[in-house]
Design a protein around this ligand. Structure first.
Ligand code: KIV
Length: 258
């Protein structure tokens, strides 16, 4: 567990696997920190997990700032990564910098943005202005409408070559981490071997330097269906519903309060 990006670079050199879990509130941030994760991600997936939306497109920068502040206050010994939401950074590097400055002031130590080659200039601009960036490539949920759904990426040789080229260009531009979502395992492993910076995978096989999962997916609390690649470690919905039903029953039968 560490708050520094240097710890991630060191872990890559020493070939130690790193872990990230999403957190949007105090409860998740504290539990993730107590479990020893290496970073918490205030992901824009909060639009789906907290807001019950079908995708992440409606999440605003103001919502991200609110949740980043909460998580940073709760997870004081863990690296906090925060997402730039759709519409807050794509217009220009200057627009991205203004949004990043707010996220860093809210407590993020590193900011994640979605996009490959078109984001290289922005990543370079941010990196030269003291903003640590994690570049998110592969299945980028903010592009769901353009992609025609939440679909695996990098399946053809051309698409795989483009992803490798994008990852190298983003690293050259100054990205401190590269997150790869829903791409073939062998491609993720190849990119990981070619990059000096740490890679993080989700649905990208075991060959990346670290893994990230959504808190609700791990605990069986996802509203709707979790992605096939997410492993559920607990049937949280069942356990919590049983406890709540017990409370309801006890009140109705005058057993609680005693
Ligand atoms: O928003 C998010 O939770 C993410 C992860 C799925 C990587 O970007």
């Amino acid at each position: 567990m560490s708050k520094t990006l240097g710890a991630w670079d060191k872990a890559k050199r020493e070939q130690r696997k790193m872990t990230i879990v999403t957190a949007y509130d105090v409860t998740a941030a504290r539990l993730a920190e107590a479990a020893g994760v290496d970073a918490v991600l205030v992901g824009d997936s909060l639009g789906m997990m907290v807001g019950g939306e079908a995708d992440t497109l409606r999440v605003t920068l103001e919502q991200m700032l609110y949740h980043t502040e909460i998580v940073a206050r709760a997870a004081t010994n863990t690296l906090v990564m925060a997402d730039l939401p759709f519409g807050s950074f794509e217009e220009s590097p200057a627009q991205a910098f203004a949004a990043c400055a707010k996220l860093l002031k809210a407590g993020a130590q590193i900011v994640k943005l979605e996009g490959g080659a078109p984001m290289v200039e922005t990543v370079a601009f941010l990196s030269r202005r003291a903003v640590p960036v994690c570049a998110h490539i592969g299945l980028t949920p903010q592009h769901v409408r353009q992609m025609g759904g939440f679909k695996r990426q990098g399946k053809t040789p051309e698409a795989a070559a483009q992803l490798l080229e994008d990852a190298l260009a983003l690293e050259d531009a100054g990205a401190r981490m590269v997150l790869m979502e829903a791409i073939p395992s062998d491609l993720a492993a190849e990119i990981t071997a070619k990059l000096r910076v740490p890679t993080i995978g989700i649905g990208a096989g075991p060959g990346t330097d670290g893994q990230v999962l959504v808190f609700h997916d791990i605990l069986g609390l996802t509203p709707g269906r979790a992605p096939a690649f997410a492993k559920r470690y607990l049937d949280g919905a069942q356990l919590i519903t049983t406890a709540l039903a017990e409370y309801v029953r006890e009140v109705r039968e005058s057993q609680f309060p005693a």
